[in-house]
Design a protein around this ligand. Structure first.
Ligand code: HSE
Length: 298
């Protein structure tokens, strides 16, 4: 009647795949407990870690849970406890982890009536509360694991992309908050054709590199000529960090989701840890608080 789950953090966009690509981190995530209760409806009974609303309709986990609950005809309800570890506004899919966790847990307790894609559709409703837009590039990897490509949102179609075994991510999270809704608002509505050409060449190459375990190609493809030039200005020491990461052996780097976190991909855990140490040397001198993670992509 009760399930405890780990709902992972994710990196959206992966440089050239704005709004369509993401990957899942296996070492950072929220914990949640979902419980069946006689009282009908969705009830958030405990929140720890960050100050988030208890009202179901105002809480990301609550909204996605309600979307699923309203699709069912049950004579009982669910309680949700949230142990939030991923800071909201950190750029590693905090809202997606909340949105995915509740519906995933409820589905398990009900004997899995829904597919992962159907669950992601409910979770989109929760994500939209936080980012004011229906995108699934954090939700899909949080739900499916590994790399996930959102082929289309309506109808929702998600492709699982293989993750090379030795691929590791290093994440630095400077403790400043960038709201996804705000960092979307500053993007131009139109892109130049020459930029679009570069971007889809890189994106196709990234997907090819992931399928063929071509680490060098993955690194060369991690470029974003459309979104990053606008958003990187909001992130202190972005250029310095990404250059240092490459010098330390990373394949490439970019903004994680809408920032302020920065991700780097490396071949092998040792290199990913070197990248961490190098970035830490830069950030420890800035006076800006930060935390860092190294994670396999799983
Ligand atoms: N693709 C989204 C964006 C992810 O970059 O705005 C936000 O989490």
């Amino acid at each position: 009647n009760e399930i405890k789950i780990f709902s992972p953090a994710t990196v959206a966009n992966v440089s050239c795949g704005f709004d369509v690509m993401g990957f899942c981190l296996d070492s950072v995530g929220d914990e949640m407990v979902i419980r069946k209760t006689d009282k009908k409806g969705i009830h958030i009974t405990h929140i720890e870690g960050f100050d988030l609303p208890y009202e179901t309709e105002k809480n990301v986990s609550g909204v996605s849970a309600l979307a699923m609950y309203n699709d069912l005809d049950l004579d009982f309800g669910f309680e949700i406890e949230i142990y939030k570890k991923i800071k909201p506004g950190s750029g590693i899919g905090s809202s997606a982890a909340s949105a995915v966790g509740s519906v995933f847990g409820m589905n398990e307790l009900l004997g899995r009536p829904y597919s992962k894609t159907q669950l992601t559709e409910f979770a989109i409703k929760g994500e939209a509360l936080a980012s004011k837009c229906e995108h699934a590039d954090n939700l899909a990897p949080a739900m499916f694991g590994g790399f996930a490509l959102v082929k289309s949102v309506s109808p929702l179609e998600i492709l699982e992309i293989p993750s090379p075994l030795e691929l590791y991510a290093t994440i630095i999270h400077p403790q400043i908050e960038i709201k996804t809704s705000e960092s979307r608002a500053l993007l131009p509505k139109q892109v130049k054709l020459e930029h679009a050409i570069t971007q889809w060449a890189n994106f196709g190459s990234l997907v090819h590199g992931l399928h063929t375990n071509n680490y060098e190609l993955i690194g060369k493809s991690l470029k974003d000529v459309i979104v990053e030039p606008h958003r990187s200005k909001l992130i202190p020491h972005f250029d310095e960090v990404t250059k240092a990461a490459i010098n330390a052996g990373a394949l490439g780097s970019g903004i994680s989701g809408s920032g302020p976190s920065i991700f780097s991909l490396s071949k092998g855990e040792e290199t990913a840890n070197n990248v961490k140490d190098t970035i830490e040397k830069i950030y420890s001198k800035t006076g800006i608080a930060y935390d860092m993670h190294v994670s396999k992509i799983n």
